[in-house]
Design a protein around this ligand. Sequence first.
Ligand SMILES: Nc1ncnc2c1ncn2[C@@H]1O[C@H](COP(=O)(O)OP(=O)(O)OP(=O)(O)O)[C@@H](O)[C@H]1O
Length: 414
Amino acid sequence: MAIPPQLFRALESLKDQAKDALWAVSSCLCHQQPKLKINGRTFQILKVLGEGGFSFVYLAQDEHSGRQFALKKIRCPTGSEGVKEVMREVEAYRRFKHPNIIRILDSAVVQDPEGEGKIVYLFLPLYKRGNLQDAINANLVNNRHFSEQEMLRLFRGTCLAVRAMHEYRPTSARSAIRGAPQQRSKPSNSNADDDDDNDARFPQPEGDSEGGYSYDTPAAPLMGKHRALDNEVLFDDQGESSQQPANDGPPLDIVPYAHRDLKPGNIMLADDGSTPILMDFGSTMNARIPVQNRQQALLQQDIAAEQSTMAYRAPELFDVKTGITLDEKVDIWSLGCTLYALAYSHSPFENTQTTEQGGSIAMAVLNAQYKHPQSAYSQGLRTLIDSMLKPNPKERPDINQVIELTDRALQTLA
Ligand SMILES: Nc1ncnc2c1ncn2[C@@H]1O[C@H](COP(=O)(O)OP(=O)(O)OP(=O)(O)O)[C@@H](O)[C@H]1O
């Protein structure tokens, strides 16, 4: 009997997680710091920072420079689409350049020494303060909560990151190299701009050299291709950028992307304690997906079930209808759930009466069944949350409108 690919992937992932956990535990028991060597450079693995569905994230230190990173290790079993999928994630990390979006420092693909598959390593800047879910958990433990202003500022920064994705403009040089399909769409409110947004239309975030390290791994052809596509900079021995990125050419029409897994756990907190940084681009895709028949609808449903966290997933992804076009409004729903979670410590569709009585999260989502607990938060905040949690995507505001509403809510607090 053939094993369905999803089940196969889940089993392989469980096996890999067990291997990684054993590696980490045995290293701790032996009081040894495990080391990782990639093309002549050695990294000490200091501790596990987190664990995702298909990956482990470690705190790693370059022995040579002492520099610390978050190192995401993703195992890709042989015969799976894994490496291609992960490289799509890497491309997404590189595509969006924005002060509220994590940048990837480098990536490497190596042969798995313990198996026949490959391992992809992503080198990411280290965020010592963790993510917004960690902040929510800490609030719960310490019996405190975000002030409304603090929460709305974090939310606004997250929205700016989402806008950079929803209004992503490839540049002519980049898309000519990539041969990227041009999905034409009109910018919604393309003149709406702030001086603090630095969005994808003018992608030059401060100090962004995509600086880091260069590794020639056994998978050099894959990386080489990736680097050429991205006009990647070259790095000198100190790990500093030795060359400016080439000019990408003038921006083209907007190609909207959707993150598809927005939630507090995917928003890191920068060291200043107030700048949100959007991460985890594993589920990012072109936002506009026409669904023409039942087969396509089921495929979209499966993709969403695998990649988008249930309690933050838009209703149209639970029961995908034919004859519709999925779009970036799925992210607006998740933003509504995220803001609710910042206010009340959980998604609106966890801990509801329905789920507590054994009903499914799916039912609660499909019926948009949630309540605002008693709180000192303003009516403006409640209205903002409610505007995003409309079951009909067309009734939800777009990202520019969400930013406007957030600004208005912030002004009333000033
Ligand atoms: N740059 C970073 N700095 C510090 N910690 C990080 C960083 N990146 C990830 N982590 C930690 O590792 C955890 C898992 O990371 P990530 O969400 O990227 O993995 P994933 O496999 O994509 O997860 P998921 O299954 O939720 O999609 C995060 O929740 C966070 O705690």
